[in-house]
Design a protein around this ligand. Sequence first.
Ligand code: DQA
Length: 153
Amino acid sequence: MYIQDMNILIINGPNLNLLGRREPAIYGAHSFDDYFTGLKAQMQTIRLEYFQSNHEGALLDKLHEAGFTADGIVLNAGALTHTSIALADAISAIPAPVVEVHISNVHARESFRHHSYIAAVCEGSIVGLGLEGYRLAVEWLSRRHHKASKLEG
Ligand code: DQA
């Protein structure tokens, strides 16, 4: 029996449902579902949830829904990172801390991937470390949450 004392949501945007099959030389050979199963097993004290959508509006709705109750959100917005002011506004609108993750090193790729509309409104970004970036983001959010709880208590 273990206590799950915090809620963290991982959100993946467009095309990330194809992980494992999509350009494996760039994004690796593992599906996100397999990775997520392993992550949950490693992090049993955290209530981890996962949401993926290819639709910008569905991602906005999820941020609005979870953003007032989650203790942290890990967001890989896919290509919407480079286009969506609406996602940036949604992140600004919610109190939950959001960490931006990219599997590939976007700075070493095409120039249109170098700019992120969401970076400035996220707590920070993890870029180019593969799927491990999600685990690092969850660990950081968990440490941040515990530090904040200690200060409050
Ligand atoms: C990505 C990088 C984006 O530029 C791209 O559009 C994606 C995936 C990544 O995780 O490396 O869909 O967010």
